[in-house]
Design a protein around this ligand. Structure first.
Ligand code: GLU
Length: 512
């Protein structure tokens, strides 16, 4: 479903560089992207940087970096070579410039055209007056609650004189004083608004920069955008945009509003709920496939049960007819579950290893000297349990550190009914048994250690637990014999010996 489809589809991502890529923007962007890719259309990346007060340096690089990491590419628009560079280096496409700050002349001309044709007017009211009027109207519940249209009917000669004298002015849209303004939302159906509730919105500010309304409409038209897919929070601006398209006598693109992401408490997604920027998810070990997949099933569903989709499947299946205007909960735990699904079952061992590597490097566990095969065998042991890549260093630390640490309680397991004396015997005997065997022969080593337990008159667990703790410092690890194999004969023997020595010292201290 695309509404009326006569022209090749063109959509746009229109981020404002006001910070990192928010997961909500990523969500809308993904829907634009899937819709466009499904229909073989063109995606435009346009930067809406006209609100100069809200600009954040380096935000642009961070946004494009986040999009690229998620695998969302664009066909036209700005290109940034270096993430560190806050300004675009190049542009692609025939509809540029794609940075709104470089299109000021177009907006100024458009605003003047609207004034000349009676659709807009200059307003000279001071900020103080506007604030006062707003307050009064709100207190008395007068609609529209903001501006009182004080300058709407100034005599043209007056306006010219004041402009010529250099008086500061904004350009405002002449909203009809009554009637209903309606439009069709491709997801929500007909939306109608009483014109009396709409303020004469500012189109051009006194600093010469356009507002969102003017720049957005002018650019969507000039860039031949056919479908506007944007977040729900923009619905209130749509009637003004309808009026602008009418005033310019331009065909309005099809429009649809996507759900706003909510936390599990149904409040707008914010820091309180956990990570909100794509960068944070990335740093926390979420993989792009999982985030993309999870975002796709918020506000869209294929059959109400399938949850795992590859990017290719999404492109094939996604369309607006299955986009919903409800249920927009973003649940961090569900994302983590999905991330685990990808790491445990979908990505190959090579892929998981390659992606875990930066985290292991950052923790200082892996350097250029570390054997890639060793890292891979370590990751293989934990692959089934990893939920986030960032957990990998913690999970696998004992494979990379020269020694391990433990507590008496861990080593002398009460659960296994061990005493320090018994544990010392087990450690000494197992060290010799391991030294005399071959950890590469997993079955052989198991038989040997089970035999040892019999000889000592102990249960297998009573022998295995001290070994596990001595080798890893933990009471829960991957399979004991797999772990021994990866650690290698020498390390196992050394760690069993070290644990024995350590426990003896502890005994000496306690006894003393
Ligand atoms: N610049 C707006 C934003 O940052 C774009 C809204 C739209 O898609 O029209 O969300």
């Amino acid at each position: 479903m695309t509404g009326e489809m006569t022209k090749p589809i063109r959509t746009r991502f229109a981020p404002s560089p006001t910070g990192d890529l928010h997961v909500g923007s990523a969500h809308t962007t993904l829907f634009n992207w899937l819709f466009t890719r499904h229909h073989g259309g063109t995606v435009v990346l346009r930067i809406e940087d006209t609100d100069r007060k809200r600009l954040v340096e380096r935000s642009l690089g961070s946004i494009t970096d986040g999009l690229t990491w998620l695998g969302l590419d664009w066909d036209e628009g700005i290109e940034i070579d270096e993430q560190a560079n806050p300004l675009p280096d190049r542009e692609r496409g025939d509809y540029g410039p794609y940075m709104q700050s470089e299109r000021q002349e177009l907006y100024r001309q458009s605003a003047e055209w609207l004034v000349e044709h009676g659709h807009a007017y200059y307003c000279f009211c001071s900020p103080e007056r506007l604030a006062q009027v707003r307050q009064e109207r709100q207190a008395k519940n007068i609609l529209p609650s903001g501006y009182d249209r004080h300058c709407r009917d100034l005599a043209p000669e007056d306006v010219q004189r004041r402009l010529a004298a250099g008086e500061g002015a904004v350009v405002r849209l002449k909203v009809p004083l009554e009637g209903v303004i309606s439009f069709t939302d491709l997801v929500r159906g007909e939306i109608a608004v009483d014109a009396r509730t709409l303020e004469d919105a500012v189109l051009l500010k006194s600093d010469g920069f356009p507002t969102y309304h003017l720049a957005n409409v002018v650019d969507d038209h000039l860039m031949a955008i056919t479908h506007i897919l944007r977040a729900e929070e923009w619905i209130p601006t749509a009637p003004l945009h309808v009026l602008l398209y009418r005033a310019f006598d331009w065909e309005m693109p099809q429009i649809a509003h996507m759900v706003l992401l909510l936390g599990t408490d149904r409040k707008k997604l914010s820091k309180r709920h956990g990570s909100t920027s794509v960068q944070e998810f990335r740093a926390n070990g979420i993989i792009p496939e999982a985030l993309l997949n999870y975002l796709a099933i918020i506000g869209w569903s294929w059959d109400d049960k399938t949850e795992i989709f590859s990017k290719e499947e999404l492109i094939e299946k996604f369309d607006l007819d299955r986009v919903k205007a409800s249920s927009a909960i973003f649940d961090h735990q569900k994302l983590e579950w999905m991330n685990g699904q990808y790491i445990n079952h979908i990505l190959t061992l090579d892929e998981v290893t390659a992606r875990a590597l930066p985290y292991l490097r950052e923790a200082g566990f892996v350097t250029d000297d570390t054997s890639p095969d060793y890292v891979k065998t370590v990751v293989a042991l934990e692959k089934e349990r990893i939920k986030r890549l960032s957990e990998v260093p913690e999970m696998t630390a004992y494979f990379f550190t020269p020694t391990v640490e433990y507590t008496i309680d861990a080593l002398v397991s009460k659960k296994q009914k061990l005493t320090p004396e018994l544990t010392l015997r087990v450690l000494a005997a197992t060290r010799d048994a391991v030294a005399g065997g071959d950890v590469a022969d997993l079955a052989g080593m198991e038989t040997r250690l089970r035999g040892l337990a019999d000889e000592l008159g102990l249960k297998a667990g009573q022998v295995f637990m001290p070994i596990r703790v001595a080798l890893s410092g933990r009471t829960a690890t991957p399979g004991l014999f797999e772990m021994m194999h990866v650690l290698g004969q020498e390390t196992c023997v050394a760690r069993l010996g070290a644990a024995h020595e350590w426990l003896q010292e502890q005994g000496a201290v306690t006894a003393g």
